[in-house]
Write a protein that binds this ligand. Sequence first.
Ligand code: NAP
Length: 299
Amino acid sequence: MTATIIDGKSRAAALDAKVTDIVAGLKADHGLTAGLAVVLVGDDPASDIYVSNKVRRTEATGMRSIEHRLPADTGEDTLIALVESLNADPEVDGILVQMPLPKHIDSDRVVMTIDPAKDVDGLHPMNAGLLVLGRSALVACTPQGCVDLAKQARGGDLSGLDAVVIGRSILVGKPVSLLLQNENCTVTMAHSRTKDLADICRRADIIVAAVGRPAYVKADWIKPGATIIDVGINRIPAPERGEGKTRIVGDVDTEPAKEMAGAITPVPGGVGPMTIGFLLVNTVMAACRRRGLPEPKLD
Ligand code: NAP
C-alpha cells in the first residue's frame, strides 16, 4: 500500500479562499471589515517568520491586519496594557500574542488578559473549558487543522473510529483529543508514561502524533490503511544539503509509514499551513459572534 498524501497546503488555500468570500460578504452586507491583531515580543527568527506569514495571509483575505512588534525587553505590564487596549478596540476582532514570550513575561497572565471573545488562538481557559463542555468556542488552530485533515482523508465522517493522540499538551494533544471525541471517535490519549504505545497505535484507525521527536512513530506501529496526522516540527541536521544545513521532519518515520498508512500528512506541507488557515477562520467567526451575526458556514 502507498498512502495518499493529505495535502495541507491546498486544503489551507481552499480555507483561505472561503474566508476571503466570507470577508467580502461581511463587508458588502454589514459594512464590516474583520480585524486581526498580532503581537510579537522580541526578535526570535522563527516567530518573526510565523508572524510575517500570518500578516500576509490575513491581508490576502481582505481582513485588517494590525501588527505590534515590541522589543525583547518589553515589561509584562506594558504587554498587558497593550492587550487591554486591543480588547477595548472595536476594530479588533481577534488577538494573537505570538508564543513563546520572553522568559521574564508570565504567558499565563497574558493569555488570561485576552478577551475570550477575541481569543482566536483558543488558549484562554474560558475557550478551553467550553471545548470540554462540547459547546461553541474559539478552538486552538492547530488541533482544528488536524481534525479537518483527518476528515478530508476519511470522507468527512470519523464516527466510531479508534483514534490515538500521542501528546497531551494544552496547545495540541488535549484539544485534538476533545475534538476527535466531538466527532464520535473513541480516543486514547498517549504521553511519555504510556506503556506499550506501539501496540496501542496498531489498533488505531487514526494516529495524531504531537510529540516533538523526529521519526518517533514507526511504520510497524501503524494498522494497514490508517490515517496518520503528523503534527511534529523537528529540525534535524541535513549534511546532504551542505555543511551546517538542517531540514524539518515530523514525528512519524514518513517514508516507511507510507507503505502501511492509507493516508498521511507530509512535513512540511501537512498540518503546518492549516494553523494559519484556522486562525483566519476563527477571526471571522469571532467578528460575527461579537456582533450577534450568524456564524458563516465553511462547507
Ligand atoms: P509539548 O508541549 O512538548 O508536548 C509533547 C507531548 O508529547 C507531551 O504530552 C509529552 O508527554 C509527549 N511525549 C514526549 N515524549 C514522549 C514519548 N516518548 N512517548 C509518548 N509521548 C511523549 O509539545 P507540543 O506543543 O504539543 O508540540 C508537539 C509537536 O508539534 C512539536 O514538534 C511542535 O513543534 C509541533 N507543533 C506543530 C504545530 C504546527 O502548526 N504544525 C503547532 C504546534 C506544535 P508528557 O505530557 O508525559 O510530558
